[in-house]
Each structure stands twice: as structure tokens, then as C-alpha cells.
Design a protein around this ligand. Sequence first.
Ligand code: PLP
Length: 365
Amino acid sequence: MLVPFLDLGATYKELKTEIDEAYFRVMNSGHYILGKEVESFEKEFAQYCGTSYCAGVSNGLDALVLLLRAYGVGEGDEVIVPSNTFIATWLAVTAVGATPVSVAPAPGTYNIDPEKISSAITAKTKVIMPVHLYGAPCEMDKIMKIASEHNLIVIEDAAQAQGATFKGKRAGNLGHAAGFSFYPGKNLGAYGDAGAITTNDPKIFEKVCHLRNYGSPEKYVHKYQGHNFRLDELQAAFLRTKLRHLENWNQKRKVIAKQYFEGLAGLDLTLPAQDSESASSSWHLFVVQTSRRDELRKYLAEKGITTLVHYPIAPAKQEAYEAKGSFVEKEAYDATGVLSLPIGPHMTTEMWKLVISEVVNFFKT
Ligand SMILES: *Cc1c(COP(=O)(O)O)cnc(C)c1O
């Protein structure tokens, strides 16, 4: 048996009738960009997140860029970001000309340490951009408190956290605004590139709607030097279909995570933080840590189990940020030995059982 890390085709096979119906609905409509499907998806996703507004955009990186621009962040401003994240978080900050100031994760978690945020704040700080990495929600109550004390904006990078909750609220509704990615591999994924912003602020929503569409409040009238960061009707129609199944899929991920916690306990392996009363992960990834990472990875590959590393090189160590002064690092961070085990709605019971038994075998021999 092979255990793929992800099987993107599985959702199409599962939902073929519904997806095909969505495809033909759009094709026959004769309208392909920013139309009824996008509007409906925006309403449905806002409702899912519990926010007043959602705007569909081209992808997750563009969602973050649009929010930074909507809040007027640019050259000379600093944005506090986690030191360990997918590089898009940093790229959004530098795309608007601002400087990323990186803060290390809290002990025992992979998320930004609220205790360390305060000392990273300067007169130039405008925004805190926490990332719910691997789907685990950040300690947003603490982060919002620090932000309000310093008059800062909090933009969630919720790209990996569709459906994650913190103290009863969903990701996307935990800061002033949030950026989502619907890259195919995310918990809610399109069949191409797509993204969204969510917020309760009508002004930010309106400005993002203008900025995503050439800065245009109405056709051929341009209020801002905007972008073409629009969402198309086909992706919106696919996302509407898949959104109806997201809770079910996230539940499957939760069950697999629970099995991993039980089956992998007691090994010489660091497991991720478990869900608590206040925090419930979307289990986008199940990341373990071991000093024998490469050896374990090779062993599992030989057994037909695909694993990945998120992420092999931190943003601060990338050539993209080699130039002196392109970022400020508060504390060097090295996530050595992280390994992502397969998790997702495509996995059968036999699959996660095999993953557990092979990881156990590796450490017992
Ligand atoms: C995927 C991802 C993004 C970027 O999303 P795209 O849709 O690929 O542009 C941003 N931040 C994080 C944490 C991500 O995982």
C-alpha cells in the first residue's frame, strides 16, 4: 500500500457530480470573473468564519498584500511576523515596501510567541501578522491585547487554518482582518489559485474590493493604483461546493491527529501541541520533530509513505532576504528535525494505521 502525502484528485472523485454541476453552471452562464458565484462564495465564507465581510481574491499572497495596502502599510513601516512560516507571509510585507521584523515561536508550539512581540515593537511598527501555522491557532487574545495597547493592526495569515477555532471563534475572525489561501493543498482548496480576505471592517472590505480590481469602484473610474488580484467564477463555484464539505473533512483530519497522538506516544519523537479547551487546530499538517528526521523520512519512503518538511529553509535564511537590512531578526530560529506526516481526508484507516506502525517500528529497531 502506498500512502501519498496528499491526494488532490480524491476530492474531485468524491464530489464529481457536484463539481461537474458547478463547472457547467459557470460555463453556461457566460460570466467568468467577479460575478454571482464570487459574491455567493464571499457571503458563504464570511458566514462560515463568522465575519461581516469576505472578498474573494487571486491567492493567499495577494490577500495579504491587499490587506497591508488597505491599511496603508508601506515604506518605512515595520510588520511583526513569525520567524518560521511559509515565505509568503514575509513576501507580502516586502511587496508593499515594509520591513518584516521576525519573532520566534512560543516554546512547545510553532506559533509566534506573544511574550516576545512586545519587545519587537518600535515606533515604526504598524501591524502584527500572526500565522496559524500548520492550522494551530495562535494565542490571539494575548496578541490582540498587545496590539490594542500599542495601537497596532492585527492581520491573521489564516492560509492554513480554515475552520480552526480559538475560544469559540473561527480563524479569520480573530484579528482586524485575515488573509486566506485556497491553494489546492489547503484544507479548503480550489482547482487552481484562489484566496480571500475576511474582516468586520466595512472600510477595509470596500478598499480591498477596489484594490483587487484596478483600484476601481466602478468601471473605468480608478480611485487607487490597484492590482488585478481578482477571483474567477469557476474557482468560486468549486469553492462553494467544497465549503459544504469542509467541516466533515476537518473532522476526518481531527480523527487522524487523535490516532497519531495515541499511536505515537512514548516514542523519542516530539509531537505537536494537542487541541485544548480554547484552541482547536484545522490539522492542516501534523508535524513531528526528531533528531533522526532524515533517517525516519527515508525509512518511511521505503515503506511507501510520503512525508514532507515544512519548511526546510526559514525565510531569514533565503537568498531572497540576503540583502543587508531587508528584515530585522529578533532571535535566530532553527526548526531542525521537523517532519510532516501524511494527514488529510484522502486517508483511509489502513493508511494512518500503517503510518503509525511504521513510525513505531522505526523507533523500536
Ligand atoms: C499557502 C500559504 C500562503 C500563500 O498562499 P498562496 O495562495 O499560495 O499565495 C501564505 N501563507 C501561508 C502560511 C501559507 O501556507
